[in-house]
Design a protein around this ligand. Structure first.
Ligand code: AMP
Ligand code: MG
Length: 354
């Protein structure tokens, strides 16, 4: 357990106002001095430290309770700022022009300015340029790239609002910047570049497989995106081998025709105390006289809203201590692939066909 700190809570609305600028300058100095600052991004909240300092990486791992071979993403304010820290290439430039600033992380060879403590011992480094104005202002204020994993305790869902961060990180970090709800709600898309135009999708996110293909042509998808790893299998992205968010209650994903799934859920409500991450369209049918544990994720076709609500609702459903949590198996195309990737981890790959 990390030493208990007094965590300063800093709500910031408009990062360009004088007060916010002064607060961000102070938070940036804290990072440069080796401190930890949680900040909002367009994906999820990040737990930031100086990416060039081994000691900051060690503090991040300790605060999260995360294994130190799970590498950190370094955050830069502008795509061209990658140069001193990573070996860039034409493919990086093309991806950067198309998607940065934004929710894309690119794995590149590491330069010595980034210590192996930050990269989990790897010779590569994950680089991302977030679009959130507070994140960019903080990175500029720090004057150094910010290494930041998601600001949750290891094993909890990524935080998408400051409330979740406070639940997990109060007393473990120096400053928490509250910039409101994260727009996207799922972590960034991660790709690895190996050789010219050889791009592999390691983790799907809001930058979809189709969008990447439009820019790069052919993109491979790592097996671990959709499949369960076999015992001892080598992974391209170390984070994929860890138990990701798995609530205390078992999660089961339902796959089948909409009517069949709804009938099954109504039947299960009679049988046990189940929490249901349901579509808005199912709400009225699932309202029962008792105390139904319903967590509407959005309309069936509205994957953007489902991505935005997923982690919050998993936290809420878990807190209700149900016998079981049911959710729909997401489609595997478009933004659905990112939802699918997170959900099969939360469900430890338990899928029931009905
Ligand atoms: P998080 O910061 O919680 O979103 O997790 C960061 C993810 O990025 C982890 O799952 C890592 O596996 C992945 N990652 C970071 N650096 C690298 C790298 N050099 N090579 C492959 N994957 C990486
Ligand atoms: Mg994470």
């Amino acid at each position: 357990m990390a030493t208990l700190l007094t965590t300063e809570y800093l709500p910031i609305g408009d990062p360009s106002c004088d007060l916010a600028r002064e607060q961000l300058a102070r938070a940036g100095r804290r990072i440069r001095d080796g401190g930890l600052v949680v900040f909002p991004t367009e994906t999820v909240y990040g737990l930031g430290g100086d990416a060039t300092r081994a000691e900051s990486a060690r503090r991040i791992y300790a605060a999260k309770g995360r294994p130190s071979d799970n590498p950190l993403i370094i955050h830069i304010a502008d795509p061209q700022d990658a140069e001193p820290y990573a070996v860039t290439c034409d493919t990086y430039d093309r991806l950067a022009r198309a998607f940065m600033p934004g929710p894309l992380t690119v794995i590149l060879p590491r330069k010595p300015t980034i210590p192996t403590e930050t990269t989990g011992g790897l010779e590569t480094v994950a680089v991302r340029c977030p679009s959130h104005p507070i994140a960019r202002a903080l990175i500029r204020a720090a004057g150094t790239p910010i290494a930041a994993p998601s600001a949750n305790l290891s094993g909890k869902p990524s935080p998408t609002c400051a409330r979740h961060v406070m639940d997990d990180m109060d007393g473990r970090v120096d400053i928490i910047i509250d910039g409101g709800d994260c727009e996207i709600g799922l972590e960034s898309t991660i790709v690895a570049i190996s050789g010219e135009d050889n791009v592999t999708l390691l983790r799907p996110g809001a930058i979809t497989y189709d969008a990447l293909c439009m820019v790069i042509g052919k993109v491979q998808i790592a097996d671990a995106v959709t499949e369960q790893l076999k015992e001892g299998e080598r992974v391209l992205s170390p984070g994929m081998k860890y138990r990701h968010y798995a609530p205390d209650s078992p999660v089961v994903l339902l796959d089948g025709a909409p009517d069949a799934v709804l009938q099954y859920l109504m039947h299960e409500q009679q049988r046990c105390r189940c929490a249901i991450l349901c579509y808005d369209e199912e709400l009225s049918a699932l309202q029962t006289s008792g105390e139904p544990l319903l967590f509407p994720v959005g309309a069936r076709d509205d994957l953007v809203t489902q991505a935005h609500t997923l982690f919050t609702l998993l936290r809420h459903a878990d807190r209700a201590l149900p016998d079981i949590i049911y959710a729909h198996l997401p489609p595997m195309d478009g933004l659905g692939l990112a939802l699918y990737n997170r959900m099969i981890r939360a469900a430890a790959h338990t899928i029931k066909r009905v």
